[in-house]
Design a binder for this molecule. Structure first.
Ligand SMILES: [Fe+2]
Length: 358
């Protein structure tokens, strides 16, 4: 019975009667409980509990200045809800009403004065054993929580990896580096952050924007990879990559794929309504408006089979010229702020390097 009871358990004794304190200490120490602390002043209890961190408190009910009820009330604010800190009430008052009041205030057991040695020991041992078991359960549930968190993290990683590879698969046909999709995701998330969007949305933009062209998987090579200009019939087919993409991503219960669907459908919409599906202004979801700018900037500044990369300054000029026409003006401003701060950072870094070299 006593094998699970830690004899190094910390026991706090609170009683304004020195004789009682001495007696309890003696009984406990005689039975191996040497880690005890005592006070005759109820005002000392709270600071003592904070420092000593007792496993059990023996508490007198009737004390001057602050009685046991007041002490328990204060302890209630200090002790975490999940902690099981047993309080044993020491009292000569065995009235039922007092007992109920003490139990409601947090007491776990009673010892009637004058104190019986055997009873004190059994009650202390029982409660310490309960506390030890409670802590074991708590540790176990923390361990389980950690495992669940770990598995959830792994699942999310797998989900992200699959989504990333999906983006790569569709990109592979016209950009075998697959870097365009990643860059668009990164830039789109930076624009979202610059617009003041919340962190969840910023993260979702980084993860979802790389899927903007996923619908290209349904466009025949002869059109997708055509080096020359597309005929109007071919162009009409090319435009369907937005609806094909939205169909592929449709109906998911996950926010990531919902935003990806929104982006796939609307990333070629224009602020002035002259885009693929004729949406305009705020009718176009913010995700689509952001991705439109990120996609065009990245496409302009990188080499494609059919064009050379534009200098960044020319691309910035083009995006600015399209502010309020092709692109949402607020999104363009946020984009320019991102570019400006990155340019300033790059300047700082290069001047630091120059200083170091000098
Ligand atoms: Fe596209």
């Amino acid at each position: 019975m006593t094998q699970n009871i830690p004899t190094n358990a910390r026991i706090l004794i609170v009683d304004d009667e020195p004789a009682n304190v001495r007696l309890i200490e003696k009984i406990l120490q005689k039975n191996g409980f040497t880690n005890t602390k005592s006070t005759m002043d109820p005002l000392d209890v709270l600071p003592l509990v904070e420092v000593f961190q007792p496993d059990l408190i023996l508490l007198d009910l009737h004390m001057p200045v602050k009685d046991g009820f007041m002490v328990m009330e204060e302890l209630g604010e200090l002790i975490e809800e999940q902690d099981f800190l047993p309080i044993v009430i020491l009292t000569a008052d065995v009235v039922q009403e007092t007992k109920i009041r003490a139990l409601a205030a947090g007491a776990k057991d009673f010892l009637t004065k004058p104190i019986d040695h055997a009873e004190l020991l059994v009650r202390v041992q029982n409660l310490l054993q309960t506390r030890a078991l409670h802590n074991e359960v708590l540790d176990h549930s923390h361990l389980l929580e950690e495992r669940v968190d770990d598995r959830t993290r792994q699942l999310r990683q797998t989900q992200l990896e699959v989504v990333g590879r999906l983006g790569l698969a569709c990109e592979f046909r016209d950009d075998d580096t697959g870097l365009h999709t990643k860059r668009v995701g990164i830039l789109a998330s930076k624009i979202a952050a610059s617009l003041g969007c919340d962190n969840d949305f910023v993260t979702l933009m980084r993860e979802a924007a790389p899927l903007h062209d996923i619908g290209k998987v349904g466009i025949p090579d002869i059109i997708l990879l055509k080096p020359g200009k597309l005929s109007s019939a071919e162009w009409a087919i090319m435009k369907t990559h937005t609806t094909i993409g939205a169909q592929i991503l449709d109906g998911s219960p996950h926010a990531l794929l919902n935003i990806a669907e929104e982006i796939a459908l609307t990333h070629h919409e224009r602020h002035d309504g002259a885009g693929y599906h004729g949406m305009s202004g705020e009718e176009i979801p913010l995700s689509g408006r952001i991705c439109a700018v990120a996609d065009v900037f990245d496409a302009l500044t990188h080499t494609r089979p059919y064009k050379e990369a534009w200098p960044v300054s020319d691309a910035l000029q083009e995006i600015t010229a399209q502010r309020g026409r092709q692109f949402d003006p607020d999104v363009v401003d946020a984009f320019l702020a991102v570019v400006e701060s990155e340019y300033a950072e790059a300047e700082d870094e290069s001047s630091e390097t120059e200083e170091q070299e000098a």
